[in-house]
Write a protein that binds this ligand. Structure first.
Ligand SMILES: C[S@@+](CC[C@H](N)C(=O)[O-])C[C@H]1O[C@@H](n2cnc3c(N)ncnc32)[C@H](O)[C@@H]1O
Length: 289
C-alpha cells in the first residue's frame, strides 16, 4: 500500500470523524463503520462516571470518542481559560466550562465542521454559556500566544502527522506556568512495525501513536517541564483478536509481544514560569517562542 502523505492522512481523519458526527446527530451512534473509536469498545467505553453524566446532554456522552477523561485528572480552577484540542462532540469542553465557572472560559478546537455543529448543539442543550467552539487545526491553533491556562485533549494528538508542531503550538498558546493535561494513546517499548501498524489501526490511530519516551522527548523539545506520563488503561490482545485475525495475523503467536505495550495514558507537563521572566527582560522573545 503506498505511503499516505500528510494531507491525505488528515483528510481520512477528518472524513472519519465527520461521519462519526453524522451518525451521532442521526441518533445512530455509534458502532459499525467508524472503526473501533466510537463504539462501546475497550478504548472509548466507561470513561465518564455518573456525576459527569448528570452534567451533560446524553447525546454528548453517546458521541464520546476519547480514550480518557482529562478534566477528571487535570486541576482546573475557577476563572481559568481551557483549550481542548480536537474537541469532537464537546464533552470535555462542557465539563471544563463547569469546572472553571462563569468567570472562566472553555474553548474547543476541531477541524471537522460536522463535529463543530454537533458540539454547538450539545452546548445549546446543556445551557452552558462560557463555551466557544473554534474551527481549525491543532497544528496551527488560531489563538494568540500566552492566552490559555490549561490545554486538554482526549485521544487526538495520536492522530496528527506532525506531533512536534502540535506540542509547539500547545506551548505557544499556554501562559507561562500553564498546564498541558492530555489523554492519549501511547505505546511502550519496542514493537515490530507490522504489529504496531495493525494494532494502532485497530485503536483508530491512522497516523500512529508515540512511544512513551518519544512523547517525553518531544514535550521537552517543545519547552515543557515537569513531564509525567501515567498509564490509565492497558489494552489487551483479546480486545483486538477479531480485527487482527481478520487481517491474517496469528494473534496467539504475537500475544506476548503485544501485551502491556498499547495503552491510553494521562500526560501532564507545564510551561515554565521562566518563560514569563524571559518575556519581562526581553518582551520580543516570548512572541518569538
Ligand atoms: C478521537 S476523536 C476525539 C473527540 C473528543 N476529544 C472526545 O473525547 O470525544 C478526534 C477528534 O479530533 C478531531 N481532529 C483530529 N485531527 C485533528 C486536527 N489535526 N486538527 C483539529 N481537529 C482534529 C476530529 O475531527 C475529531 O473530532
Amino acid at each position: 500500500m503506498p505511503e499516505l502523505n500528510e494531507r491525505d492522512t488528515k483528510e481520512i481523519v477528518r472524513e472519519k470523524y465527520a461521519e462519526a458526527a453524522r451518525q451521532a446527530s442521526s441518533g445512530s451512534a455509534c458502532c459499525g463503520s467508524v472503526t473501533s473509536c466510537g463504539c462501546a469498545d475497550p478504548i472509548t467505553s466507561n470513561l465518564y462516571d455518573q456525576s459527569n453524566a448528570a452534567e451533560l446532554p446524553e447525546e454528548a456522552l453517546r458521541a464520546s470518542l476519547g480514550c480518557g477523561n482529562p478534566t477528571a485528572l487535570a486541576k482546573l480552577n475557577p476563572g481559568e481559560t481551557v483549550l481542548d484540542l480536537g474537541s469532537g462532540s464537546g464533552i470535555d469542553v462542557l465539563l471544563a466550562a463547569r469546572r472553571v465557572g462563569p468567570t472562566g472560559r472553555a474553548c474547543g478546537l476541531d477541524m471537522a465542521d460536522e463535529m463543530l455543529a454537533l458540539a454547538n448543539e450539545n452546548k445549546r442543550k446543556s445551557g452552558i454559556e462560557n463555551v466557544e467552539f473554534l474551527r481549525g487545526e491543532i497544528e496551527n491553533i488560531p489563538l494568540p500566544h500566552n492566552s490559555v491556562d490549561v490545554v486538554i485533549s482526549n485521544c487526538v494528538i495520536n492522530l496528527s502527522t506532525d506531533k512536534d508542531r502540535v506540542l509547539r503550538e500547545a506551548f505557544r498558546v499556554l501562559k507561562p506556568g500553564g498546564r498541558f493535561a492530555v489523554s492519549d494513546v501511547l505505546t511502550r517499548g519496542e514493537i515490530l512495525p507490522e504489529i504496531r501498524r495493525n494494532v494502532l489501526l485497530w485503536v483508530g490511530c491512522v497516523a500512529g501513536a508515540l512511544e512513551e519516551s518519544e512523547y517525553r522527548s518531544k514535550l521537552a523539545a517543545a519547552g515543557f517541564e515537569r513531564i509525567d506520563i501515567e498509564a490509565r488503561r492497558i489494552y489487551k490482545i483479546e480486545d483486538a483478536r477479531q480485527v487482527l485475525s481478520g487481517k491474517g495475523i496469528d494473534v496467539d503467536g504475537i500475544a506476548r509481544s503485544v501485551e502491556g505495550k498499547f495503552m491510553s495514558a494521562f500526560v501532564r507537563a507545564s510551561k515554565p514560569l521562566t518563560a514569563w521572566r524571559a518575556a519581562q527582560t526581553d518582551p520580543a522573545r516570548i512572541l518569538r517562542e
